[in-house]
Design a protein around this ligand. Structure first.
Ligand SMILES: Nc1ncnc2c1ncn2[C@@H]1O[C@H](COP(=O)(O)OP(=O)(O)OP(=O)(O)O)[C@@H](O)[C@H]1O
Ligand SMILES: [Mg+2]
Length: 363
């Protein structure tokens, strides 16, 4: 799968750009503030209708425009797909695939799966558990067909139980929704545990290829006490849940942790090491999707050279190439960017004030 054509209108400082991309590696270089991350953001927008910078779409729309629009042509084994996404300041959202209106952003994610490797990827390790759960969900959504439906069921059960807790619902009513929540949480836990069974092996391999760190483990926590059933936990926490007005344990509290020699990586690793570990998580996620779905992805690699020495960069690039995906990588310095991908056919674009031009890759 690859994105062959990309048209962006009024997204951040990009007023209009029309690019033909290489199905392999594309390099984008330019000064600070020229529009490199904005181009990656545009591709992410095409695959999700969202941004990876914050949650609000308003700042993404060019300040002199009322809507941001991105079109793309995706070549996949199933054929060619034309995708269009437009979001307006007034809250409008229009998504089309091959001319047909699409209501669910999940259909976009299926048509154009993208993964971001950037300076903020390290937040996967440093940030709150919600980011790690979204990461896990992305993986499961892409490899397990039934996951999305089971996820939606679990979210519905949790909302119902929480509103009953707040409304001081009867014992019987609460028992019904507790038991539904248990069933739904256990179903998600089975998916996640099975996913982790394979993912942790890929992650260990990626870490040994990417870094000199040894004894790296990735450990999954299901969201309630190990060794106890969730039904038991919910029963014993019921009084507290009623006081809090929400459910303390369950699928919504799942998390995972990266450990190095038995210690949480965040407490022991250097900044550069954490970056490599976080990137290894994302790359393993891509490999997982390829292994299970036979599907390749688009990797959006932002600021490749920041915080990574040449040897680390080359190892990262080798790992990305191994995954067989399409790459759009950005950097400030053309030389540093190009030398990371030695021996690989690349297409190079220079960006200045939101305007892109194809340039020679010779340095
Ligand atoms: N809504 C907007 N409308 C117009 N310009 C915007 C908007 N949002 C951000 N910008 C500007 O777009 C420019 C490009 O930002 P971008 O983050 O893409 O730069 P970059 O090339 O990735 O820079 P860096 O090397 O510093 O990461 C910046 O000057 C930024 O201030
Ligand atoms: Mg940037």
């Amino acid at each position: 799968m690859s994105l062959s054509r990309l048209t962006v209108e009024n997204l951040r400082n990009i007023r209009h750009v029309d690019l033909t991309l290489n199905p392999g590696v594309n390099l984008v270089w330019g000064e600070n503030g020229s529009g490199k991350t904005s181009l990656l953001e545009a591709i992410y927008f095409l695959g999700s209708s969202r941004t990876f910078r914050g949650v609000r779409i308003d700042p993404v729309i060019n300040r002199d425009a009322t809507a941001a629009t991105v079109f793309g042509v995706v070549n996949a084994a199933e054929g060619r797909r034309r995708i269009g996404v437009q979001r307006g300041r007034a809250g409008t959202k229009d998504i089309k695939i091959n001319g047909e209106v699409v209501r669910k952003a999940s259909e976009l994610a299926q048509a154009l799966p993208v993964l971001v490797l950037g300076p903020e990827t390290v937040d996967l390790l440093l940030g709150a558990p919600g980011g790690r759960r979204r990461f896990l969900n992305w993986g499961l959504f892409h490899v397990e067909h039934g996951f999305l439906q089971d996820w939606e069921t679990a979210v519905r059960c949790l909302k119902q139980r929480n509103s009953l807790l707040r409304a001081k619902g009867s014992e019987q009513e609460l028992a019904v929704w507790s038991s539904r929540l248990v069933k739904a949480s256990e179903a998600l836990d089975r998916y996640r545990a099975a996913y982790f069974g394979v993912f942790s092996g890929l992650f260990a391999d990626a870490c040994s290829n990417l870094s000199r760190l040894t004894a790296v483990d990735c450990i999954y926590h299901r969201g309630w006490d190990a060794g106890r059933s969730l039904a038991d936990v919910l029963a014993s926490q019921e009084e507290g849940d009623r006081k809090r007005g929400f459910t303390l344990s369950g699928f919504q509290k799942a998390d995972f942790e990266v450990r190095v020699a038995g210690q949480n990586a965040v407490g022991v690793c250097s900044r550069g090491e954490l970056k490599v570990l976080a990137w290894a998580l994302v790359l393993s996620q891509g490999l997982m999707s390829r292994k299970r779905q036979q599907q390749t992805l688009v990797y959006l690699v932002d600021d490749l050279c920041a915080e990574l020495d040449l040897a680390s960069r080359k190892r990262v690039c080798d790992e990305i190439i191994k995954s067989g995906g399409q790459v759009v990588a950005t950097g400030i310095d053309l030389k540093q960017l190009v030398e990371s991908w030695v021996g690989i056919d690349t297409k190079v674009f220079h960006v200045e004030h939101g305007r892109f031009s194809e340039t020679e890759s010779s340095i």
